[in-house]
Design a protein around this ligand. Structure first.
Ligand SMILES: [Zn+2]
Ligand SMILES: [Zn+2]
Length: 354
């Protein structure tokens, strides 16, 4: 995609973004289990316990995964199957961003997280100082919707690209609830419109390559993606077993539509991925998991962009969530990695807006 984007250019740009603000979060570490039904990324389990110096056939595919999600630059030539020092740095950046122990090795926690289904939006890693708090992040340039207050954004469902497994009234209810969670904390209203063409936010379900340069990959793997402000494209992978009720949907690969919708609205509003595992804006979500309540981290992030809804009270958030926002130090030195990611995200953003 970027034939002229050499590593020299990359590191030159890296230096020019050396002052990106950053924090590190605490976050209790929760064990994620490998979902045996995740066909899309199950291949990566073969790299368990590899580290710098390892040479395993197919590792170039894992490097593509890391490049896709913002941890490696676009290469000049093809990736090799060697676990080199650049890849070790990428693994450490990933571990720091996903709140995993930063070992630089593909240990079981790291592999389990890599193969977990997740959002297709690239990660940003604003980690600079080990003593700062890890938390929410923004897209490069901190884009937001610019409207005269009171701000109202319209959303609409695609007339063609919807799914049959969730009926129309359930679909409307899911999105009403998902939008209302964000609307309850910021002074922004969301209203549905029938006019898909003119809506600010355009919702649809798509398969494989659907024309925006971010093809979907079938069951699990990438679940959905949405674009930063003021784009409004809001896409779900049609191949998933989308559900609104785990009582009636027994599939082991079922994915909660409302949880993913709530997460993607965060992107629509301008939030990138958070390092806080409990936050709605954390990039991965296991199948058969519901995660719809905004956490303090999500609220702080979006209110810094749009201000506070006068009716919102922090006391409505759970005490355990508030206490999870305390800072802790990690034994890592991520200052250069942070700037690396900023550059990657800058190019990603450029791609989106082309
Ligand atoms: Zn996401
Ligand atoms: Zn798309």
């Amino acid at each position: 995609m970027f034939p002229v984007f050499s590593y020299v250019t990359f590191f030159f740009l890296l230096l020019s973004f050396s002052c990106f603000p950053a924090r590190i979060i605490p976050g209790s570490l929760t064990e994620l289990t490998v979902d045996r039904h995740n066909d899309t990324w199950r291949f990566f389990e073969r790299f368990l316990d590899t580290g710098k110096g390892s040479h395993v056939s197919g590792m170039s595919e894992l490097k593509k995964y890391f490049q896709r999600f913002g941890y490696l630059p676009v290469p000049n030539t093809n990736f090799t199957d060697v676990f080199d020092s650049r890849f070790e740095t990428a693994v450490m950046m990933y571990q720091a961003k996903l709140s995993l122990p930063v070992s630089g090795k593909l240990d079981s926690k790291t592999i389990n997280t890599i193969v977990s289904p997740r959002c297709g939006v690239s990660d940003t890693t604003p980690l600079e100082d080990v003593h700062e708090t890890r938390h929410f992040a923004y897209f490069y340039g901190k884009p937001r919707w610019a409207r005269v207050p009171p701000m109202t954004l319209t959303y609409s469902f695609s007339p063609e690209d919807m799914i049959e497994s969730v009926n129309s009234s359930e679909m409307k209810s899911v999105f009403e609830r998902a939008f209302s969670r964000w609307a309850s904390v910021i002074p922004v209203n969301f209203t549905e419109t029938e006019d898909f063409g003119s809506a600010d936010i355009k919702i649809g379900f798509y398969s494989g390559d659907h024309g925006d340069g971010e093809p979907f990959d079938g069951v699990l793997g990438v679940l959905a993606h949405a674009f930063s402000p003021q784009n409004g494209r809001f896409h779900f992978d049609r191949a998933e077993t989308w559900t609104v009720d785990f009582e009636t949907e027994k599939s082991r690969v079922a994915v909660d539509l409302e949880s993913v919708a709530t997460h993607e609205i965060g992107h629509i509003l301008g939030l990138a991925h958070s390092s806080v595992k409990e936050a709605v804006m954390y990039p991965s979500l296991s199948p058969r998991t519901k995660k719809v309540d905004l956490k303090r981290d999500d609220v702080d992030g979006v209110q810094a962009l749009y201000g506070r809804n006068p009716n919102f009270k922090f006391s409505s958030l759970m005490e355990s969530d508030i206490s999870s926002n305390r800072a802790v130090g990690l034994q890592i030195r991520p200052s250069r990695w942070a700037t690396t990611l900023v550059v990657v995200v800058a190019f990603k953003f450029f791609l989106w807006t082309r």
